[in-house]
Structure formats: structure tokens, C-alpha cells
Design a protein around this ligand. Structure first.
Ligand code: HEC
Ligand code: HEC
Length: 429
């Protein structure tokens, strides 16, 4: 089946690595045959950053402010554009066992799971979370390698599996990273204010307070399906270690396969931390990846979103109660991120979604709480919802439950014309 994402990628003529058809938590590299210019790139994680860089100009980034998916923010300085280009290169790097990949991991590069309709986007590749629910209390089975499964290994003896005593398992798909710097630059206080407002259906969200590992401070979480992370550098370090098995200064310890330190020791041959800070640039791979995400432009909205009946229906139906159309960033050292409007369509709060919850407690979120998914760029991010269960906007809305049940019922009661206006509106954001 040709997905929206695939047709879009072809329609725009982007150099997207389209792997939407490869779903499932398999760690097999879906790169073969994609013609990716980076598929063979890699290098040792030995701290000699220069040794693992692409040849300059091997893949020039899209033009700033060009209004396409994957472009850098408009109005960046020359130095910021260079940070974006360096970050893009790191984001497209494919890791190898010699360079620190594994011993257990989910895939070999950020771009593998974040590539459609352009590098930095999403894919329908899913990861598996597991845990054990006893009398309403969730145990992430941390001592058994939970709650994230690493589905691949560089050495069969290190292979991790979902332990037999887990009684909850959930799939989560990757999310698009366009505009993440704008989301990062929203002040905690702005998100906290959202929690004191109740919309037309009386719904009120919960702030996810989490610890940011890069500063040790309590911050408002905003990234991930559970709002479990507050900053992009934290998420980059988390993704390097948990998706690829690459340790860094914030995450210096490898994941042991199902918690088994002996099996880890037998297959872990690269000294930690594998990602070293380059003394010249003061940056490691995690910093470059964070730069790329921070400077990536938001999804380009279509003009249709500004006109038509959709906006009024979106508000009256209660969608805007959680999918807050816009917020403002605070002050930022990057001028292009400072005091800007962010049209993300999310309150960045947690909501109890009832049967739509994924059953995994994480960060500040309970098993049934999920962060309101931003809707900007939704036309290019299907399939929808945390596990990709919905292939259409209509299907995604109808799966809303818990606190969103009232809004879902209002939607279900609309005429088919009104429903279509609302879907067209969401598809233009
Ligand atoms: C195996 C596939 C996979 C790989 C490899 C991967 N990611 Fe992800 N990414 C995901 C999934 C799945 C999620 C959703 C995570 C969640 O909330 O449980 C995600 C979410 C994110 C988010 C949160 C965005 C948001 O919407 O709030 C960021 C940031 C991110 N990834 C960055 C990275 C970076 C940087 C790398 C490389 C170091 C990377 N990812 C590698 C699968 C992947
Ligand atoms: C109570 C808060 C709430 C309300 C009201 C609500 N949503 Fe959502 N929405 C969410 C949450 C939370 C998610 C993520 C759920 C998940 O994947 O588990 C979500 C996900 C979505 C998605 C999927 C996005 C993606 O990237 O996968 C779409 C589309 C969507 N909502 C549209 C709507 C529309 C349209 C309405 C109004 C009819 C609406 N929502 C009402 C909270 C809400």
C-alpha cells in the first residue's frame, strides 16, 4: 500500500529515505535498496570526530526557510547553519559494532527511524515496551532489562527478549522531529498555564515534571509519547544509548541484556563512554544530533489550514481543549527560536486516554496517560497514534477515549461534510 508519506515524499521530490513499509520492531536494517547516500557511512566512536564525518557536500541540506519538510529554520546565522549541517551529518551516520553499536540495540542510526518524508521525520518502525502490572501497580522490570526492549544484538549470546513474567507489552512508533527546537524553547511556565485552563468539554491536562539529566533539574517534560523528557540533549543521549547502545557522558552505562551483567561483559568490547566530546568543538555526537533537531524547521502548514470551516469545528468539537493551536517560545540564545509563535496543536500535557493509553507508566505519566500528540505536519506522519493503529485521521479520532471521549462523541455526531472539513483542516496543519 502506498502511504500518504510515500506519495508525499515522491510528490515533493525530496531525497527522503522512504522506509514506511518496513514496520515492526525488527532490528534488521531496512536500508538495503533505498539508495541512501549514507548507508555505508560509519566509523569508530573513538572520539576522533573528524574520522567519522562525511565528505563535505556529500549531501547538502535543504535550503533554510524553503518551506519544505527537513529544511533548517529560517533566519539562522551562518554559524547556526553550520551547526545544522554538522548535526544532519551525525543524524545520518550509521553506527557499527566497532564504533560502539550495541551490544543490544534497536537500530543503527537516528535517520533509520526518523526519515520520512525527509530526514528528521518519522517512520512506522515500532519499538516494544514491556512491564508487569500487579494490583494496579506498574513495574518496569528494570532489573530484567525493561521497560524498553532492545530487539537486536551484535552477538546472538547477548540477545534480549521480553521476559516471561511481563504481562504488559506495547508498541510505540517514532515521531517526527520537525520544529523540536521551538517546542524546547517554550518556557515551563507557559505549559504549566495550559493546565489551569479547561476547554469546551471541561478537560484539563496534567503537567509532566521530570528530571533533565543534562542539568539535574526538575523541568516540564514535553518530548516523547509520555512527555518523559524535557530537553533535546537529554533525548539525544537517551536515544543513543537505548536505541543504538552508544554510551555518552550523560548515559555512561550500557543496557545489560535482560539485566544480565555477565552476558553484557562477554559481548561489550568498546570502552565507555563511547561518545566522546571533541576537545576542539566541545561537542560529542549527542550534541550534534541535538543541534540538528533544535534547528530543524517546523512542518510547513498548507494555506488551507487558515481558511474554511475546519478551524471553528476543531474548537467546537473540543479538539482544541488538548490540541492547543499555538504557544509562544521564551527567550532563546538562537534568535530564530526566541519569542516565536509555535503552531504545534498540543498543550504538551498528559491526559488520561483510558483504553487508548499504552499500559506503560513512564516518567510522570501513569499507564493510561499520554501526551497530546502535536498535529502540525500530520498529513505526513501517518500511521497515527502511539502504536500506529490508525491509518487515517478519522480512525485516529475514533480511537480517542478516556478524557477525550466527550470530544470524540461530538465528532461522531457531526455531519459527514463537517467531519470531512475537520479532517481536511488537520491534514493542512
Ligand atoms: C529504533 C528506532 C529509533 C531510533 C534508531 C531512534 N529513534 Fe527517536 N524515536 C523512536 C521512537 C519509537 C520514539 C517515540 C519514543 C517514546 O516516546 O516512547 C522516538 C522519539 C524521539 C524523540 C521525541 C520527539 C517528540 O515527538 O517528542 C526524539 C527527540 C528522538 N526520537 C530523537 C532521536 C535521535 C536523536 C536518535 C538517534 C540518536 C533517535 N531518535 C533514534 C524511534 C527511534
Ligand atoms: C483529552 C485530550 C484530547 C482531545 C480532546 C483530543 N485529543 Fe487528539 N490526541 C490526544 C492524545 C493524548 C493523543 C495521543 C494518543 C496516543 O497515541 O496514545 C492524540 C492523538 C491525536 C491524533 C494522532 C496524532 C499522531 O501523530 O499520531 C490525531 C490526528 C488527533 N489526536 C486528532 C484529534 C482531533 C481532530 C480531536 C477532536 C475531535 C482530538 N484529537 C481531541 C489528546 C486529545
Amino acid at each position: 500500500m502506498l502511504t500518504t508519506r510515500q506519495s508525499l515524499a515522491f510528490g515533493l521530490g525530496l531525497t527522503a529515505i522512504v522506509i514506511a513499509a518496513c514496520s515492526g520492531p525488527s532490528g534488521a536494517s531496512p536500508l538495503d535498496g533505498t539508495g541512501s547516500p549514507n548507508a555505508t557511512n560509519g566509523g569508530p566512536h573513538d572520539g576522533k570526530q573528524g574520522a567519522r564525518r562525511h565528505a563535505p557536500g556529500s549531501n547538502s541540506p535543504p535550503v533554510a526557510g524553503s518551506g519544505i519538510f527537513g529544511a533548517p529554520l529560517a533566519e539562522l546565522t551562518a554559524a547556526e547553519l553550520k551547526d545544522f549541517a554538522d548535526g544532519l551529518e551525525e543524524f545520518q551516520n550509521q553506527e557499527t559494532p566497532e564504533g560502539g553499536l550495541g551490544p543490544i540495540y534497536n537500530n543503527t542510526g537516528c535517520f533509520v527511524c526518523h526519515s520520512s518524508p525527509a530526514v528528521g521525520g518519522s517512520t512506522s518502525i515500532r519499538v516494544t515496551r514491556f512491564g508487569k502490572l500487579t494490583a494496579g501497580v506498574f513495574d518496569p522490570l528494570s532489573s530484567r532489562g525493561g521497560s524498553l526492549l532492545q530487539s537486536s544484538s551484535i552477538d546472538l549470546a547477548a540477545q534480549e527478549i521480553v521476559p516471561a513474567d511481563a504481562n504488559v507489552a506495547a508498541f510505540r512508533q517514532s515521531t517526527p522531529l520537525f520544529g523540536m527546537g521551538l517546542i524546547e524553547a517554550i518556557d515551563d511556565s507557559t505549559i504549566i498555564e495550559n493546565a489551569s485552563r479547561s476547554g469546551v468539554t471541561g478537560v484539563r491536562g496534567t503537567v509532566a515534571f521530570v528530571t533533565d539529566v543534562t542539568t539535574g533539574k526538575s523541568r516540564v517534560g514535553r518530548f516523547g509519547w509520555k512527555a518523559q523528557v524535557a530537553t533535546l540533549l537529554h533525548f539525544a543521549g537517551d536515544a543513543y544509548v537505548n536505541e543504538m547502545g552508544i554510551t555518552s557522558r550523560f548515559f555512561p552505562e550500557e543496557n545489560a541484556p535482560n539485566g544480565d551483567l555477565a552476558r553484557l561483559a562477554a559481548s561489550d568490547h568498546v570502552a565507555d563512554p563511547e561518545d566522546q566530546v571533541d576537545p576542539i568543538t566541545g561537542k560529542g555526537d549527542i550534541d550534534h544530533a541535538a543541534d540538528f533537531m533544535r534547528l530543524l524547521a517546523p512542518p510547513p502548514a498548507l494555506a488551507a489550514a487558515q481558511s474554511g470551516a475546519g478551524d471553528a469545528i476543531f474548537r467546537a468539537t473540543g479538539c482544541a481543549d488538548c490540541h492547543t493551536p499555538s504557544m509562544k517560545t521564551g527567550a532563546s540564545a538562537v534568535a530564530a527560536l526566541s519569542h516565536r509563535e509555535v503552531r504545534l496543536y498540543s498543550d504538551l500535557l498528559l491526559h488520561d486516554m483510558g483504553s487508548l493509553g499504552d499500559g506503560i507508566a513512564q516518567g510522570a505519566a501513569t499507564a493510561t496517560q499520554m501526551k497530546t500528540a502535536p498535529l502540525w505536519g500530520a498529513r505526513a506522519s501517518g500511521p497515527y497514534l502511539h502504536d500506529g493503529r490508525a491509518t487515517t485521521i478519522d480512525g485516529a479520532i475514533l480511537a480517542h477515549a478516556g478524557e477525550a471521549a466527550a470530544s470524540r462523541n461530538r465528532y461522531a455526531a457531526l455531519s459527514s461534510d463537517e467531519q470531512r472539513h475537520l479532517q481536511d483542516y488537520v491534514n493542512a496543519l
